[in-house]
Design a protein around this ligand. Structure first.
Ligand SMILES: *[C@@H]1O[C@H](CO)[C@@H](O)[C@H](O)[C@H]1NC(C)=O
Ligand SMILES: *[C@@H]1O[C@H](CO)[C@@H](O)[C@H](O)[C@H]1NC(C)=O
Ligand SMILES: *[C@@H]1O[C@H](CO)[C@@H](O)[C@H](O)[C@H]1NC(C)=O
Length: 208
């Protein structure tokens, strides 16, 4: 009897039908959801939770704010989320209410080094390294070219170095600091701000 049970257990463990939890999730809208990203309990790895709400793939921050996922790159373990929207009548990011983007440090996600962050409507007390708030900072060019007609246009604005370690789990937005921000993936400083790729690239840890 014991031998029968043991061999049954071994068979179950070895059986390919027992790896259902390794399945990739089905598409969300027109975006592929590669393993280990998980939109529900029956697919992916539950530690890599993302959300499919009305065919829109979304990422939930540690602060409970949803960001739309614009694209996923399974070979680089990355996806790009939409930066918060900025109202035209007040220079605030839509995620200012939760203090900007914050990732759970225990989650398998972090903010990749491919992002250049533009901080808008900053107060003087934020003028610290590693921010570049000089008048020729790329953020000033962004304001000049992209924020036309927006109240952000003439506010104090700083650029974050993409490889700065403070970007790995949060991009802060706060009243009295910088109240709005956006981010550019793989920025080419020589090209026009109108052609930059706006988004925040997140990276996930491999499953092993
Ligand atoms: C910039 O942010 C401050 C709060 O830090 C706010 O009072 C002010 O209205 C904002 N400026 C603009 C142009 O929206
Ligand atoms: C700020 O950025 C501009 C444009 O990239 C650059 O020319 C300047 O040297 C930078 N300043 C500092 C202090 O890093
Ligand atoms: C994010 O995590 C990956 C995988 O552990 C790591 O290689 C990368 O350096 C991290 N990036 C940042 C900005 O901390």
């Amino acid at each position: 009897m014991v031998i029968v049970i043991v061999s049954w257990v071994i068979l179950m463990l070895a059986s390919p039908t027992n790896v259902a939890s390794l399945a990739a999730c089905s598409k969300c809208g027109n975006i592929e959801v590669p393993y280990p990203l998980s939109t529900n309990d029956n697919c992916g790895d539950s530690r890599y939770k993302v959300y499919c709400n009305n065919d829109i793939l979304e990422f939930l921050s540690a602060q409970g704010f949803y960001y739309k996922i614009l694209s996923v790159n399974p070979s680089a373990n990355t996806f790009i989320i939409s930066p918060p929207t900025i109202a035209s009548d007040i220079c605030y990011s839509s995620d200012l209410i939760v203090g900007g983007l914050k990732l759970d440090e225990k989650s398998p996600f972090n903010i990749s080094t491919h992002n250049t962050v533009m901080l808008l409507n900053c107060s003087d007390n934020i003028l610290l390294s590693p921010l570049n708030c000089s008048s020729n900072s790329l953020c000033r060019q962004f304001e000049e070219k992209v924020m036309e007609g927006n109240v952000c246009k003439n506010t104090l604005c700083c650029t974050f170095l993409k490889d700065s370690s403070i970007t790995s789990h949060r991009i802060r937005a706060r009243v009295g600091g910088c109240s709005a921000y956006t981010s550019v993936v793989d920025l080419n400083p020589g090209s026009s701000p109108l052609s930059w790729k706006y988004g925040i690239e997140l990276q996930w840890l491999p499953t092993n």
